[in-house]
Design a protein around this ligand. Structure first.
Ligand SMILES: O=C(O)C(=O)Cc1ccccc1
Length: 275
């Protein structure tokens, strides 16, 4: 099984992919869009993408990329406990002037950085492990630090200057697995959908939420994202307990489809575990 992840090796996505498929063939990729495209054109069978974090909320790049999927669906999920470390080729904490990592990781360590490195220049990178590779090649490498896991650091000859620097000790990221095939009901599933309204009217969103309430279907996540057409237009994202093929969910989805303008079912999948 070929599984695409945001590489290079040692990223948090790599760790998540290892947890999901210890025997899988992991393929390093450069971005979330490439992973989805890879699944859709068959160069990889599955892809793993971070979708939300307990501190920072939605991974908006993934949310937006999901709206563009054609054949691929969410087929699974897992939650990864994430501990960030400050890594450098140098050994002195005081010398650091630049801190590089994936924007999500920089955000999750915002207070730590503001307290200890208020003057450091933050360098957003493609991934935490790409940041490790990049800083070790700098001329004044001891002025650079990366935020990543220690394994990514060791892989690049970096030392761990500071451990557990995430602002919230219980820092968890949920990853989704995308693939092409439909899943079957397991009895412990979740479904992800998105929709938008043609026009704004009182009670539009309430009407949708009421459908779930009436069937006693539990919502596990509600998000909105700009529709990117004009200010004030949104796409709503909802995750709920149940599989789209369960009779109760199926009839709710059919009713919702009639009430909204754009409607997309991202997939139904077994509720994931925490690693
Ligand atoms: O940069 C990485 O290592 C990633 O896999 C993206 C990411 C960053 C921070 C938390 C979860 C995923």
């Amino acid at each position: 099984m070929k599984i695409g992840y945001l590489g290079p090796e040692g990223s948090y996505s790599y760790t998540a992919a290892k947890c999901y498929a210890p025997q899988g063939t992991l393929i390093s990729m450069r971005g979330f869009r490439e992973i989805i495209q890879g699944v859709e054109n068959g160069t990889i069978e599955e892809g793993i993408l971070p979708i939300e974090n307990s501190t920072e909320g939605a991974v908006t790049q993934t949310m937006d990329a999901l709206m563009e999927t054609v054949d691929s669906k969410i087929k699974g999920e897992l939650v990864l406990q994430i501990r960030h470390n400050l890594l450098s080729l140098g050994e002195s904490i005081g010398e650091i002037n630049y801190v590089a990592s994936h924007p999500q990781a920089l955000e999750q360590c915002r207070e730590f950085l503001a307290t200890h490195y208020p003057h450091a220049v933050l360098i957003p990178s493609e991934s935490s492990s790409a940041a490790c590779q990049m800083i070790k090649e700098k001329d004044q490498a001891s002025a650079y630090a990366a935020i990543a896991n220690s394994w990514a650091g060791e892989n690049n000859g970096l030392k761990t200057l500071c451990k557990d620097i995430q602002d919230n000790k219980n820092n968890q990221t949920r990853f989704i697995i995308i693939g092409i095939e439909d899943t079957i009901t397991t009895g412990n599933d979740k479904t992800s959908i998105a929709f938008s309204f043609h026009e704004d009217y009182p009670g539009s969103l309430y009407g949708i939420l009421r459908e779930f309430a009436q069937e006693k279907i539990n919502l596990t996540r509600v998000e909105s994202r700009p529709a990117k057409a004009e200010l004030g237009k949104y796409i709503f994202y909802i995750d709920f307990n149940g599989h789209g093929e369960d009779q109760k969910c199926k009839s709710v989805l059919e009713r919702i489809r009639k009430e909204v303008n754009k409607f997309k079912i991202f997939g139904s999948y077994p509720i994931g575990r925490v690693y």
